[in-house]
Ligand binder design. Structure first.
Ligand code: ZN
Length: 460
């Protein structure tokens, strides 16, 4: 379907992709490594560069100081739904430097498996992704003389170093940052040709437990038999956390876990996810989670309980006939829907205490508790984005999940009451956080075109 509004913007993007790449190169040349104090001025320089660039395309942009690296906030337009776009301008450290084929802050085009790639630290995570949106705005402004509607930009400089200023900054500037919907560009394609819109993220709950039996390590010849071994107790507790169907047995664990709506099930089936290949690439063949669920369901929409570490007794070279005094484990839960991490923590602890024999005691150490988040996709911007992405990419877009936790999306929801869609064009082989990071020129180009299409669908 041709459009007098959109078509000239897409044509402009195609005709000026070299200039867009040069803009990105300028940002990539600034070594804004947020975790290393030696690069503090460079982070500041990157923020300044963005402010100046955004002002040149009609945004009212400003650098905002924080106790750490500055934020960049920009606004434009008054018409239509208010959209907030988020990205981060800081990057990961580059060492080991000798594993890079080129200097990480001297970006260049190289040949990759899907055509040219932009090689530099931050090319994919997240400067290249951030600039896809900026370049779409630049093209729109060049063609129509104005931006399409009420758009705000929010760029962070501490994402790669734990975002210490993010939550306080959001609280202090809640009114200014709250829009009708947020868009976050820091994720990837599904495979190589399918765009995904992440609308559900799992939360995370961590528990460390120490079970103590005898008051000191014992000789298994002297005390083996009469003395309770805490390693045995711990193994029994861990074995009790899942039933034969792969379901988690902590009481009340599935309270608040929703079933998938049929339209989402259909979208996920349409992705033709290669479950066997997914397991095969790590030399596995059988799904170990809840029986009757697909691998995608398990990763994107179901909660888990995993043992991340377990230790007790003697684990060094050789052999020691010890009967240990203590046994330890680190256990984490991925949470979804309305599961309450604090209730689950208490229920887990009560379950463990209930399984202890009289001669053992247990202590717990908490390691973080965040709930899952699920966006309400009723906001028309979600369907607009899915249609726009489906127009641009070879395969239709789907509303998907993310097995990990992306704190920014949860913060938008919990602090600003705003649903967020995570849309990104990175590929699994982009080597983010590693030497020789790259971003496919195709991702950059189609990413810019994708945002132009999304803006067109939202603002009409
Ligand atoms: Zn990132």
């Amino acid at each position: 379907m041709s459009s007098a509004v959109l078509d000239p913007v897409l044509a402009h993007i195609d005709a000026h992709i070299e200039e867009s790449t040069e803009h990105l190169f300028k940002l990539l040349q600034i070594p804004s490594i947020s975790t290393d104090p030696a690069y503090r001025e460079d982070c500041d320089k990157a923020a300044n560069w963005l402010v100046e660039d955004l002002e040149s395309i009609g945004f009212d942009a400003s650098k905002r100081t924080t106790p750490g690296h500055p934020m960049v906030v920009a606004h434009a337009g008054t018409e239509g739904p208010h959209v907030l776009f988020y990205g981060h301008y800081d990057v990961q450290p580059v060492d080991p430097l000798d594993l890079w084929d080129r200097s990480p802050f001297e970006p260049a085009l190289e040949q990759g498996d899907l055509g040219p790639v932009i090689r530099a630290r931050g090319a994919s995570d997240d400067k290249g992704q951030l600039m896809t949106f900026v370049e779409a705005c630049r093209a729109w402004k060049a063609v129509h003389g104005t931006l399409p509607g009420k758009i705000s930009l929010f760029f962070e400089g501490e994402e790669e170093s734990g975002s210490p200023s993010l939550v306080p900054f959001m609280r202090d500037n809640a009114e200014e940052l709250t829009a009708e919907v947020a868009m976050i560009c820091d994720t990837g394609l599904l495979g190589d040709h399918t765009p995904g819109i992440v609308t559900r993220l799992r939360g995370l709950l961590g528990e460390e437990l120490t079970i103590t039996g005898p008051s000191k390590d014992l000789h298994s010849g002297m005390y083996g038999g009469p003395a309770m071994n805490p390693a045995r107790v711990l193994a029994k507790i861990i074995a009790a956390l899942h039933d034969d169907q792969g379901r988690i047995t902590v009481p009340g664990f599935y309270d608040g876990v929703p079933e998938l709506p049929p339209e989402i099930t259909a979208q996920w089936e349409g992705l033709n996810f290669d479950q066997d290949g997914f397991l095969g690439q790590v030399d596995l063949s059988d799904l170990a989670g809840e029986q009757g669920r697909s691998a995608l369901e398990m990763i994107w929409s179901r909660p888990t309980c995993e043992v991340n570490g377990i230790w007790s007794g003697y684990t060094g070279a050789g052999f020691k006939t010890v009967l240990p005094s203590q046994a330890h484990a680190k256990i984490s839960f991925r949470l979804v829907g309305q599961q309450d991490p604090h209730v689950i923590r208490e229920n887990f602890r009560a379950m463990v205490r209930g399984l202890l024999p009289a001669d053992c005691s247990v202590t717990f150490k908490p390691h973080g508790a965040s709930a899952g988040s699920e966006m309400s996709i009723d906001n028309p911007a979600f369907d607009a984005a899915r249609a726009a992405l489906s127009d641009e990419w070879p395969n239709p877009a789907a509303f998907v999940g993310c097995g990990g936790s992306i704190p920014i999306a949860g913060h938008f929801k919990s602090i600003l009451g705003m649903d967020a869609m995570l849309i990104g064009f990175a590929r699994d082989n982009d080597a983010i956080h590693s030497p020789n990071e790259k971003y496919d020129l195709r991702s950059f180009h189609k990413g810019i075109r994708s945002w132009a299409r999304i803006l067109h669908r939202i603002y009409g």
